[in-house]
Design a protein around this ligand. Structure first.
Ligand code: GDP
Ligand code: MG
Length: 451
């Protein structure tokens, strides 16, 4: 039987409320020993789930806090075990003292993600949902939160389960055929099987591909800031971040390496990459920087092209515009709007005028990013956001594709069987139906203590 764990579930900062939580068989006795309802009754005189007002006391009986407590009985709780919670005033000192008192009642400190790990092991959550819990906590934008919330609500689980059910049916059919080798598969049925395999292979392929956007949701949309030296790229980065991250000077070629920072703009998490100005140069270090800039641009989802509004357009600018046009998204920014305007641009080009110095136009840039990227997602919860899941889903897609092709080429069912079994095993890894101890350990390591 599992032991009883306890942790401070809220952040280590002064706040309105701070929560101590426990899970395991000793949860309720441990809390009952140090929490006393104001009514004079015992906590367990109240039904589970009720919030009860009382005092939290240390072993000497001195009051640490006036607070609320509640408990749940297995299996009707987050972890599936008996659990209890004390909602204290959010003083880190009060919480530490409360936790210390609980430790003296025989409970121990929980490790990272241990509550959610227990929930998974007790079948309260599958692995997709458990990982969605971590995604929710890590969410930096509402879009990221929405996708994680959808996964917590089993949207992704159902999608994968439907496919897995199809595969189980197919396997059952194959086994019948193999058990009675004299009977050939009905050709009509074979056509149907090929179609089922193909349909599920495509669905899984799309799911695997959703990881590209899903990853942008959690890691940020790669956004390269490009332009000639001195166009104002580093100044823009600093203005967007709100602090001086990159060095700004009037010496062209100041930024030699790419500088990367995350920021949320218009409700969208961006991975801003400030680059060395794109130009031909004799300087070896700067040339390497320019190479990195080109690489950053090639991998970017969004290119912010800066053109110096106080200077005439140059051939270099035009080359950069053309190169950035290959990015899935390009935004042209005319910088230094606080200086006299000199730049003339072709009519067909759309641009936003900004000044990193005064902040003028940055709101328009923000709106433009919001309208391109925010809430442009598929149904919430339908995007894979982690590499482990994407890899396994990809493996399942390939195995099914191979199975469909093998059947079409007239291979015998036993050859096809292995592929379908492989695909099913990969899907079971995703949901956690079959997953190694080592993998779950690594997954829950990512969580914070108290979750
Ligand atoms: N007046 C004005 N000067 C700017 C603005 N943005 C950048 N600069 C100046 O332009 C020069 C080059 O800026 P920097 O950000 O280093 O350009 P980068 O080489 O493209 O990174 C510096 O002297 C900045 O102070 C702006 O919005 N207004
Ligand atoms: Mg720079």
């Amino acid at each position: 039987m599992a032991d009883t764990i306890a942790a401070i579930a809220t952040g280590p900062v002064r706040s309105a409320i701070g929560i101590l939580r426990l899970s395991g068989p000793e949860s309720v006795p441990a809390v009952s020993a140090c929490f006393f309802p104001l009514s004079g009754r015992k906590l367990t005189d109240y039904p589970p789930g009720r919030l009860v007002l009382g005092t939290l006391r240390d072993e000497e009986g001195s009051v640490l806090d006036q607070c609320l407590a509640t408990y749940s009985r297995a299996p009707h709780s987050y972890t599936g075990e008996d659990t209890a919670e004390i909602q204290c005033h959010g003083s880190p000192a009060v919480l530490a003292a409360g936790l210390e008192t609980l430790f003296r009642r025989g409970v121990r400190q929980a490790g990272p993600g241990e509550f959610t790990r227990r929930a998974f092991l007790n079948g309260q959550l599958d692995l997709i949902q458990a990982e969605a819990v971590a995604d929710l906590i890590d969410a930096q934008t509402t879009d990221a939160a929405r996708n994680a919330a959808g996964q917590l609500g089993r949207v992704m689980t159902r999608k994968i389960q439907t496919i897995a059910d199809d595969l189980v049916d197919l396997l059952a059919h194959f086994h019948v055929v193999l058990d009675y080798p004299d009977e050939d598969i009905d050709p009509f049925r074979e056509e149907e099987i090929i179609q089922t395999l193909g349909r599920n292979a495509r669905a899984l392929g799309l799911l695997r591909d959703s990881y590209r956007r899903g990853r942008q949701l959690t890691e940020g949309i790669p956004c390269a800031i490009v332009g000639r030296p001195n166009a104002g790229k580093s100044s823009l980065l600093n203005a967007l971040l709100g602090y001086d991250r990159a060095i700004v000077t009037n010496v062209p070629g100041t930024t030699r390496d790419t500088v990367e920072e995350r920021c949320v703009l218009g409700g969208v998490l961006l991975r801003l990459i400030d680059t060395a100005g794109l130009r031909e140069t004799e300087d070896l270090v700067e040339r390497m920087g320019v190479e990195r800039s080109r690489a950053a641009l090639a991998q970017a989802e969004l290119a912010l092209v800066l053109l110096d509004g106080s200077q005439p357009l140059t051939a270099e600018d035009e080359a950069i515009l053309a190169e950035a046009a290959k990015c899935p998204h390009r935004l042209v920014l005319v910088s230094k709007s606080d200086l006299p305007h000199v730049l003339a641009l072709p009519e067909e080009l759309e641009w936003i005028t900004i000044s990193a110095l005064t902040g003028q136009g940055l709101d328009l840039l923000e709106e433009s990013i919001r309208s391109r990227f925010a809430r442009q997602l598929p149904r919430q919860g339908e995007m894979l956001t982690n590499a482990r899941q994407a890899e396994a889903v990809g493996r399942a897609a390939e195995a099914l594709q191979a199975a469909a092709e093998a059947l079409e080429c007239g291979l015998t069912p036993d050859a096809v069987l292995t592929d379908v079994e492989g695909a099913l095993a990969a899907l079971n890894e995703v949901t956690g139906k079959s997953v190694t101890e080592e993998v779950t350990r690594r997954i829950f390591q990512r969580f914070c203590v108290g979750k």
